[in-house]
Design a protein around this ligand. Sequence first.
Ligand SMILES: *Cc1c(COP(=O)(O)O)cnc(C)c1O
Length: 452
Amino acid sequence: MTTPRDLPSVEELLQTQAAAELIAQYGRSLTLSAIRDTLASIRAKFLSGQATVLPLRDLVLAQTSALLDGWTKPTLRTVINATGVILHTNLGRAPLSDAALRAMDIVGRGYSTLEYDLEKGARGSRLIHAEAVLQKLTGAESAVVVNNNASAVLLVLSALANRKRAIISRSQLVEIGGGFRIPDVMKQSGARLVEIGATNKVHLRDYEEVLLTPSALVLRAHRSNFKMVGFTAEPELKEVIALAHAAGAYFVDDLGSGALYDTAKYGLTHEPTVQESLAAGADIVCFSGDKLLGGPQAGIIIGRKALLDKVKKHPLARAVRADKTCLAGVAATLLHYLKDEAEREIPILKMMSLTPKQIQGRVAAWILELGQGEIVEGESTVGGGSLPGETFPTFLLSLTVESPERFLKQLRAQNPPVIARTDNDKVLLDPRTVLPEQEGALLVGLKNVLNS
Ligand SMILES: *Cc1c(COP(=O)(O)O)cnc(C)c1O
């Protein structure tokens, strides 16, 4: 073929068995537009001299098929996380428990009592679903679940501090991630941000002085993702809360991770828990559903009923409300804690409680299967902007390859893609974050790349 006129026509291509199969898979109109785009791009390449021969019919259809595949392939794909970062923000933070997934599946598939009161046979409220479990777990008077913790903080401040003073220490003006900063969230709420103290030190007298002027609330934002060391000081939470209350201000605690358990149990620094904040007298505590809690993306607000009633009624509450699958997943995740089975059922807690010895055994089995690699000592991390600098001792599979960067790229091209890391010219894989059911696929992916 030497002129584009020799290319098969759209009609001719549509008559083929291959096109019929594409239509069955992708639908007629999408297939048609893929055929047209394919022909147009072949024509353009030929006319510009980029290509000197025109493809035959089968090849045109193969290109059409590849185009359709590219157009319809989901961009949100499951991957194997072999990085050892448990709450990897870029990889979707917490994997969910079976019970959470089942609960989400069931309400997603059908109709539900999302806003329906079975007793009355009338409209109910979506706000009740995770509330009872949260009350039982934490002892809080009231609770509400919203879309994420950033929106939880925004909502609370909007409902309680709009056009009023909200006080925060300069040592807590944190950037959460992706350029998202607590002071900006505070301003967005309409609160008048009042900063006190210095970056490294804030004293009780700073709070005392600022509270001489009437203020709506004092906010604490937990320094989730960085550590302050050296010449630093901060008053006891209890003392600050007592001062706030004496001055008629509320105390709102943005915990970020919101652990319901003591992270020291896993050899990590103690992360302030939800229960501790409430015990210290915080009026409202906000935390994430998908950080150390190990559930779906959500923002959880708990605290005093009178305040939560205001929060629930604020117009923003509608804008940041959680959907039915989120509510189902959060409730099911919380239930694991209530039933004292969190460590057995919640994937991130299982990962944290893996012993180095168990991990060593998995690396050894991988090496046996692959016929190569070494066991080396290493460190897993929590990630997700939680517990910065904290690590768990682990064992890693270390592979010596020609080009580590190319090897990582090839691993990412596997199905499912494998995300690993390199260090000192070695490719390193940490079993801690590889889900047991993904181990087979991981080994297939590794063999593909090792043998290529
Ligand atoms: C992570 C974090 C947030 C934001 O939570 P998302 O659930 O990611 O929206 C807010 N405040 C603090 C202190 C955090 O650590």
